[in-house]
Design a protein around this ligand. Sequence first.
Ligand code: HEM
Length: 81
Amino acid sequence: SSSLPIFSQEEVTKHRSLEDGIWVTYKGGVYDITEFVAMHPGGDKIMLAAGGALEPFWALYAVHNQEHVLEILSDYKVGEL
Ligand code: HEM
């Protein structure tokens, strides 16, 4: 992961639509989840985190506190904050 680019929060915030791409952050990582949103088992709720941090939402929806969820997320990593 040390070879991935560094992005600013401002850059992440620009990515919150299917047109511009949908990015989120988690524990200092930046993820482009554009291709995942249509596959999300929790439906459109995932868009609440678009352009921002997953942590506040995953604190509310503990279903994400599982290894297999982190494995899915890791597939979409594009950089670091
Ligand atoms: C369920 C992944 C973001 C709300 C799930 C499940 C996965 C998943 C794999 C099914 C878990 C299981 O049943 O074992 C992800 C990923 C996310 C993300 C990879 C970000 C990249 C969010 C956000 C919200 C959310 C931001 C809320 C704002 C939910 C809800 C469910 C769910 C409510 C339960 C759906 C149900 O069982 O009826 N998510 N999620 N998710 N997710 Fe997400």
